[in-house]
Design a protein around this ligand. Structure first.
Ligand code: ATP
Length: 579
């Protein structure tokens, strides 16, 4: 389906508002035609010597037409904003729902700035297309056809000329759309790139400053901006050409109709009133087409912006809801990876290969291994951010592909190394997964995560807003809040992905104790670099290049002098080595 057709379908979501808008646009066009006709009558009366007195009804009609048009124009602005807002809201809701379906694995593939500019500016670009172009296109075709038909009835020769010229104008958007497409897409791509690069630079400003790269990056951004300017000027050149062609058709059509009408009048083939009507109406016949040209220009960026929107909406989610969902009957949830192999898109080597691992219900297993061994990928497979190419993951004896996605993810509390806190209060961040949790429960979770004291010292306690991504807190404080958030959920499965990486060793010990308590009775998977954090686990599994190379108890593995012992020996700080 073409972009125009899809945009039209979106517009139909606000069909009543669009119908009102089309009606108002037609009324405005009709008011101009009515004005032309009434003026012709008044001028004809004056020329015929009837004086203004004889034209009073026509003059009154002229005043009424002005009043009706003013009212319709005011109402059209309101209706246009209403229709465009309704459509934009619906498209944004679709985009947001689709981004949720695509999940973090897909969204990370895209540049945040590009997604953001699609969600904000891309959707905003629909405004002029929906609110102006679509209703104007309908009103222009109806208005121009009606006036041309009237002129044809007055005089077939003049009417034929006006009709021929009028037909050129709607054809021009079709042709120019083809020409513009080649320039608009690079313009949109350059715009997204500029947006994403600027966002990247702002987010990474501290890093750029620290490494003395801020000025260099600034120069690169200036170059990007210049590229964008060049693409914009190329686009503008085509646009101006288009405006010129339309202007030529309109000017030529009006002048030719007037000239031909005068000749026909001189020949006695056309009465004076008809000539006056032709003179005034030929212009009015082109007015809606000129309005269409302006509306097309204002709305055209939507076609390109829609490409970015369609690209997200049409993307195939990496995982789908099961056709016949199933959940286990019991409460205890064992976690099984069976012969699992997973390769990230675009990668040759599997991140996880032929991995079989069972974590019994309530068991605590720690996975260790070098960086890039595939530890974090196990979490993505459990949460179904992506599915393995081979093998299966079961939770509670049911393949995760058969769990309803929401229910599956509700079973799992994750404390991860890249904790995300929202620009909201401490309380809102904590109760994200348990909106019904009372203050007492929140305080218990904070206590258990060793976070109660620092939260109490914040300016507004639990109501303190933590800043974007929790930037008003230290790394350790953010992590302790994320632990408290996980503790607050009653999820039977706990994932601790480097849960204590940002806390100092004094806090680490008390948090490790809290986590140990939290893990009790829950099926727990700890992903650890700091080997000191795995001592509380029932079992340790060593991963290398996506496969398990060793598994056993802490002391047993040390005594074996294998992969785990080598990792321990490579430990960088004394406290990381086991006592
Ligand atoms: N989104 C991704 N796209 C492509 N490859 C990825 C992606 N995420 C991870 N990888 C690759 O998959 C492999 C396993 O990554 P994973 O994050 O699971 O390792 P890890 O053991 O958790 O590492 P670390 O301890 O450093 O976090 C690595 O080679 C990594 O480069």
């Amino acid at each position: 389906m073409s972009a125009n057709a899809r945009l039209l379908r979106w517009a139909l979501r606000a069909r009543w508002r669009m119908a009102e808008l089309v009606g108002l646009s037609v009324a405005i066009t009709a008011s101009y035609a009515g004005q032309g006709l009434l003026l012709a009558v008044v001028v004809d009366d004056v020329i015929a010597g009837a004086g203004l007195g004889g034209s009073l009804p026509a003059l009154a009609g002229l005043v009424a037409v002005q009043a009706v048009r003013a009212g319709a124009q005011w109402r059209r602005e309101v209706a246009s904003a209403g229709a465009a807002t309704a459509v934009k809201e619906a498209v944004r809701a679709d985009l947001y729902a689709q981004l949720l379906r695509l999940g973090p694995a897909d969204v990370r593939r895209r540049r945040t700035g590009a997604v953001q500019s699609t969600l904000v500016d891309g959707v905003e670009a629909l405004d002029a297309y929906v609110g102006r172009f679509i209703p104007q296109a309908i009103a222009s075709v109806v208005g121009a056809a009606a006036i041309a038909g009237f002129l044809l009835a007055l005089d077939p020769v003049v009417g034929g000329v006006v009709l021929a010229c009028a037909l050129v104008v709607p054809l021009v958007p079709q042709l120019s759309q083809k020409v513009l497409a080649g320039r608009m897409d690079p313009w949109m791509a350059a715009y997204h790139a500029l947006y994403a690069e600027n966002l990247d630079a702002i987010q990474g400003m501290a890093t750029l400053k620290v490494f003395g790269a801020a000025e260099r990056r600034g120069r690169e951004l200036t170059e990007r901006a210049k590229d964008f300017c060049r693409v914009s000027i190329r686009l503008c050149a085509v646009t101006v050409l288009y405006v010129g062609v339309v202007g030529l058709a309109v000017g030529f059509g009006t002048a030719f109709a007037a000239g031909l009408g005068a000749v026909r009048h001189a020949e006695g083939a056309l009465p004076a009133l008809s000539l006056l009507m032709i003179l005034l109406l030929a212009r009015e016949c082109f007015r809606p087409l000129r309005d269409l040209q302006n509306a097309f220009h204002a709305g055209y960026p939507a076609l390109s912006a829609a490409t970015g929107i369609f690209e997200i909406l049409d993307a195939e989610p990496p995982v789908r809801e099961p056709a016949s969902p199933r959940t286990p009957s019991g409460q205890s949830l064992a976690l099984d990876f069976t012969g699992v192999t997973f390769t990230y898109p675009g990668r040759d080597e599997p991140a996880v290969r032929d991995l079989t691992l069972r974590i019994g219900a309530g068991e605590h297993v720690a996975v260790v291994g070098r960086s890039g061994a595939g530890k974090t990928t196990l979490i993505g497979l459990l949460l179904r951010w992506f599915d393995p190419q081979e093998g299966a993951v079961h939770l509670g004896g049911v393949p995760v592909t058969e769990w309803p996605l929401d229910a599956l993810r509700r079973q799992v509390a994750v404390v991860s190394q890249d904790t995300y806190l929202f620009h909201r209060s401490v309380r809102d961040n904590l109760t994200l997964a348990r909106p019904d949790a009372g203050d007492e429960e929140v305080r218990r979770a904070l206590d258990a995560a060793n976070a109660a004291a620092f939260v109490a010292a914040l300016p507004d306690g639990l109501d303190t807003v933590v800043g974007e991504r929790g930037m008003k807190l230290s790394g350790g404080e953010r992590q302790r809040l994320s632990i408290a958030r996980a503790l607050l959920t009653d999820a039977p499965v706990l994932i601790l992905d480097e849960a204590t990486s940002s806390v100092d060793s004094a806090n680490e010990r008390s948090i490790a104790r809290a986590l140990h308590r939290a893990a009790r009775g829950r099926t727990t998977l700890t992903i650890a670099h700091r080997l000191s954090t795995v001592r509380g686990a029932d079992r340790i599994v060593v991963l290398d290049r996506g496969g398990i190379v060793e598994s056993g108890g802490h002391d047993e593995l040390l005594a074996r002098s294998g992969a785990f012992a080598r990792l321990v020996a490579a430990g960088t700080t004394p406290e990381e080595a086991p006592a």
